[in-house]
Design a protein around this ligand. Structure first.
Ligand code: NAD
Ligand code: UD1
Length: 343
């Protein structure tokens, strides 16, 4: 049985991926420093998987601790590297925090892996690397200058990883996620936005549950059919399953190049108003929303071409926008129930 290390394993996408790795029969060891997640995620993963999760609290910025941890687990066959900070606005305010954690942490990890001859890594990248591109966006689309320090850390990490494949036996799959949304069917794990969410779907569910008064739609005067921006919303469980496919691709040596990159999206774009309508239809909850000004930095429309992931990894999405809305809503309700019982 292959042993897979998951960094950021109690985070939003990490937790769902640990569950799917368990389902696929992999042995998993997860690390996190709980910077943006909580220890109770571990027991919730265990409840879903009916399996104990091997977990350690390790901060990837702590080079010595990370090296000692990897040396202790040098039977790891592949790593999925989620651990990073991901708030675009915060990265503009505190760029050094982002370069230290996202870039520095990745370099620390690669050094520890090289010392222990661990040569397979799946890296969390983002569609943000494409900036304002013409959809459907495929993996050959140009990578313009990044619009934020966060986006730049993803571009830099891809380059660091690519350079390291040329200098060693490292094999890399970089997965560029479009907009991950939704939650596990069990409503035991999901996204935990700390503070006021920036992203659309958590803002919708928090407004619907009464945590926020009103959702502001950022602009309805864009050159799109209904005037609101278009994104490719993809269910987090589909994203998790793509990581299992990427691990199989690496472990079965299906690659023809040492650095492979894949888009993870549905291939469909939905406007902000379409997402709101889908939420209202699927949940029966009327959403309080208003049209406001555009948000600085928003791209008009972006959605993926997912042909490469289908043809090479044999992966495609199985869940639709309706399922994203029902699971995100079930998760929000589960959080509210948990909070009211702990008050
Ligand atoms: P998340 O914040 O829920 O998960 C990241 C996890 O990493 C958290 O549990 C956090 O505590 C942990 N972490 C952060 N710094 C760490 C450190 N120094 N040491 C150990 N653990 C650390 O975020 P997510 O949505 O699950 O995102 C996972 C990855 O996917 C990130 O790299 C993110 O940039 C990337 N990504 C996310 C999205 C998205 O919209 N969610 C889109 C594209 C790419
Ligand atoms: C954000 C990140 C991007 C990241 C992506 C996926 C920014 C600038 N970009 O982009 O780096 O890769 O998430 O996680 O943060 N919207 C509203 N009202 C709201 C919130 C959002 O109308 O309260 C709209 C936005 O204008 C956008 C759409 O909803 O058109 C989606 O927004 P969001 O969830 O923040 O994702 P992205 O803008 O795609």
């Amino acid at each position: 049985m292959s042993k897979i290390l998951v960094t950021g394993g109690t985070g939003y996408i990490g937790s769902h991926t640990v569950v799917e790795l368990h389902n696929a029969g992999f042995e998993v060891i997860a690390i996190d420093n709980f910077d943006n997640s909580y220890p109770d995620v571990i027991e919730n993963i265990e409840k879903i998987s009916s399996k104990k999760l091997n977990f350690e609290n390790v901060d990837i910025r702590d080079k010595a601790a990370l090296k000692a941890f990897i040396a202790k687990h040098n039977d790891i066959t592949a790593v999925i590297h989620f651990a990073a900070n991901k708030a675009v606005g915060e990265s503009v305010q505190f760029p050094l925090k982002y370069y230290e954690n996202n870039v520095g942490g990745t370099v620390n990890l690669l050094q520890a892996l090289q010392e222990n001859n661990i040569n397979n890594i799946v890296f969390s990248s983002s569609c943000t690397v494409y900036g304002e591109a013409t959809p459907p966006v495929d993996e050959n689309a140009p990578i313009p200058v990044a619009q934020s320090p966060y986006g730049n850390t993803k571009q830099i990490c891809e380059e660091v990883l690519m350079d390291q494949t040329k200098a060693s036996d490292l094999k890399v799959v970089a997965l560029r996620y479009f907009n991950p949304v939704g939650a596990h069917d069990s409503a035991l794990i999901g996204e935990l936005p700390i503070g006021v969410p920036n992203n659309l779907v958590p803002f919708i569910t928090q407004t619907a549950i009464g945590k926020r008064e009103v959702l502001t739609v950022f602009g309805d005067d864009y050159p799109t059919p209904d005037g609101t921006c278009i994104r490719d919303y993809i269910h987090v469980v589909d994203i998790a399953l793509a990581h299992v496919a990427a691990i199989n691709y690496l472990l079965n040596k299906k690659y023809t190049e040492a650095f492979s990159v894949f888009n993870l999206g549905t291939g469909n774009g939905n406007s902000v108003l379409e997402v709101i309508q889908s939420f209202e239809k699927e949940t029966g909850v009327k959403l309080n929303y208003k049209i406001g000004p555009r948000r600085t930095g928003d791209v008009v429309q972006v959605y993926a071409s997912c042909e490469k992931a289908l043809n090479v990894l044999g992966w495609k999405t199985e869940r639709d926008l309706a399922n994203c809305m029902t699971t995100a809503w079930a998760w929000e309700k589960a959080l509210a129930a948990k909070n009211s019982s702990s008050n």
